[in-house]
Design a protein around this ligand. Structure first.
Ligand code: FAD
Length: 391
């Protein structure tokens, strides 16, 4: 039975809406829900108190729900505190020969994981390596939901994200790559709005939480492009995960709890080597189509700088919990961009991929959030539209 009106191929992707909904429901959503609960994936390292580099702090937040509950030192895995012990050998640093220099390579070195790195991500402003003022946050205790953060402060962030960094309505002549940056941000914005709508404070007096379908309709469903961008972003991030299959399969998910860590590894394997996923949507997005023209390297640097600015803007979000999820999800997008489009303007993938532990945590938690949003739109979208039509 059709639950929403979207059908056909998701624009700029390689799979259709029905397949995405089906795969998400059957495979991705259940596995991701389990994965993000594991000790490895539930602790996110983040610098929550940082100065906004663009304007003075005007944080305004109405609800107690804005504040983040940080982890006591004893709670988060000991191993996360130690510096990474497995360094790179000189072999790892040598260039790989015989790779075509022009196009984006779709493959990754199959001896992928060589220890967590601490190298900065060129796509993002905020990094695990930044400094020692980081805290660990248990994401399970800090769900993304309605916080009451609204008004000029929130609006200023979104306006800056769209107008300063990527055109709000990309014109016809704006190139494919710029459109993609816009779509990623818009898709993330849709996902945030859907989480607000799915876990909303319906009645402050009785502290009643629940779905706000009207809000979901007003902010997302009534604009089909926002739904499309959500699906696009989901497929884009999914492609980054499938591209990094070997790396993610070999990575060490150690937290000092062998039973839990084995479970994490097993869930990751079930996800990246999933036969249903490989059969139904083997290439969720084709990154090799990008950066093809002569302006390729220059364009990549420009878009990288724009995305870095968006990442820096997250320090200006005036509500702690929104800032936490904003930072996590932008880091997750930055990680997807890094996996798909190499480490910097000159390099191409096919070379050794190096990720920070926190980047992988952000990537998988972002994929889970997008998966939740896609599921919510699929299941509740029709009901929301009926509700509005009935008014
Ligand atoms: P907004 O969502 O603020 O949108 C502003 C404008 O952007 C719209 O008028 C429209 O022109 C455009 N727009 C909206 N959606 C899209 C889209 N999908 N694609 C393209 N353009 C679009 N609030 C919470 O309650 N909980 C949270 O966890 C939370 N996290 C946040 C994280 C970040 C990084 C930011 C910047 C804000 C967050 N907020 C959160 C606030 C929330 O996103 C809204 O800004 C707030 O609820 C006010 O909504 P609004 O109706 O004014 O529209």
């Amino acid at each position: 039975q059709d639950k929403h009106k979207y059908s056909g191929i998701v624009q700029d992707c390689c799979c259709d809406y029905e397949t995405v909904d089906h795969l998400n429901e059957e495979v991705l959503h259940p596995l991701l829900q389990e994965l993000v609960k594991t000790p490895f994936f539930r602790y996110f390292k983040v610098k929550l108190w940082c100065d906004c580099p663009f304007w003075p702090d005007d944080g305004m937040c109405r609800l107690r729900d804005c504040s983040v509950c940080e982890c006591p030192e004893s709670e988060f895995p000991e191993l996360f505190k130690k510096p990474n012990h497995r360094g790179l050998s000189s072999d790892d640093l040598m260039c790989q020969e015989g790779k075509p220099q022009a196009a984006v390579d779709r493959t990754l070195d199959s001896k992928a994981f060589r220890g967590w790195t601490e190298t900065d991500n060129p796509w993002t402003h905020d990094d695990e390596t930044d400094n020692s003022e980081m805290t660990y946050v248990n994401l399970q205790l800090n769900p993304e939901r309605y916080t009451g953060y609204t008004g000029p402060s929130a609006r200023r962030i979104w306006d800056a994200v769209y107008s300063e960094n990527c055109p709000k309505y990309p014109s016809e002549e704006s190139c494919q790559e710029e459109k993609i940056l816009y779509k990623l941000i818009s898709g993330l914005h849709s996902s945030i709005s859907i989480h607000i709508a799915s876990d909303y404070l319906l009645d402050e007096a009785t502290n009643l939480w629940g779905h706000n379908l009207e809000l979901m309709y007003d902010r997302v469903l009534r604009y089909p492009y926002r739904v499309e961008n959500l699906y696009f972003t989901f497929l884009f991030v999914l492609r980054a995960v499938t591209k990094a299959t070997d790396y993610l399969e070999q990575a060490e998910y150690d937290t000092g709890n062998p039973t839990e860590d084995l479970k994490t590894q097993s869930l990751m394997r079930q996800l990246v080597y999933n036969p249903k996923l490989q059969a139904a949507c083997p290439l969720p997005f084709d990154e090799a189509k990008l950066w093809k023209g002569q302006r390729g390297p220059e364009l990549k640097q420009k878009i990288q700088a724009q995305f870095k600015n968006i990442s820096a803007l997250m320090d200006c979000v005036g509500c702690e919990k929104c800032r936490l999820w904003g930072k996590l999800q932008v880091l997750g997008l930055g990680t997807a961009l890094k996996i798909l489009f190499s480490v910097n303007g000159e390099e191409h993938l096919g070379q050794t991929l190096q990720l920070q532990r926190n980047e992988v945590i952000a990537l998988m938690n972002l994929l889970n959030r997008l998966s939740e949003s896609v599921k919510f739109v699929h299941e509740m979208g029709h009901a929301a539209e009926k509700l509005i039509e009935g008014k």
